[in-house]
Design a protein around this ligand. Structure first.
Ligand SMILES: [Zn+2]
Length: 177
């Protein structure tokens, strides 16, 4: 029996995805767990250079205009974004920069930069989680690009969602200070 093309592609994609971490896990020594706080931030994603100029009159060099993305809250706080594929989604798709978003982020100890874990926004039905979706392969992706499997177009998907519960930040260890 011959499987449909999208299923064959999906199987090929899954075996690549499964194979990679197994191979590297065997080679690497165990690493200490990174320490981070999980936070929920709400605002608009902007380029840091433009926001710094608008807010403080601080000007970057021209080539740095679109180098760093940041979340700007309604209060005006700026949180620089770590640019992995979830962060880069805001660079690749202007629609994401043109609306208010809610980000579930990690802030690692000793770093001001936040890493996006989940992306939410509001529409007429309330809170929705955003990602990208290929109708043919039925797989989600984190940024706008041709589908990882079939190379076809993908769409921005909005799914009704609830904000996850964030455990309160642990109290600072006074003895260690
Ligand atoms: Zn596809």
């Amino acid at each position: 029996m011959r499987l449909p093309r999208c299923i064959r592609l999906l199987l090929a994609c899954s075996s690549i995805a499964l194979g990679a971490p197994l191979a590297s896990a065997a080679d690497d020594p165990p690493k200490p767990k990174p320490k981070y706080q999980t936070e929920i931030l709400r605002g608009r994603v902007v380029f840091l250079a433009a926001a710094m100029q608008r807010r403080f009159g601080a000007k970057t060099v021209k080539e740095a205009d679109e180098r760093i993305l940041a979340l700007e809250t309604a209060k005006g706080d700026l949180h620089p974004l770590f640019e992995d594929t979830r962060g880069r989604a805001f660079r690749s798709d202007k629609r994401l920069r043109n609306r208010e978003v809610t980000l579930l982020v990690r802030r690692y100890d000793g770093s001001p930069v936040v890493q996006i874990i989940r992306l939410f926004a509001h529409n007429k039905s309330g809170l929705v989680e955003l990602d990208y979706w290929c109708e043919i392969c039925a797989i989600p992706m984190f940024e706008l690009k041709p589908c990882d499997c079939c190379g076809g177009p993908i769409r921005l998907r909005e799914q009704k969602a609830k904000l996850p519960e964030i455990p309160p930040a642990p109290p600072r260890n006074k003895a260690a200070r």
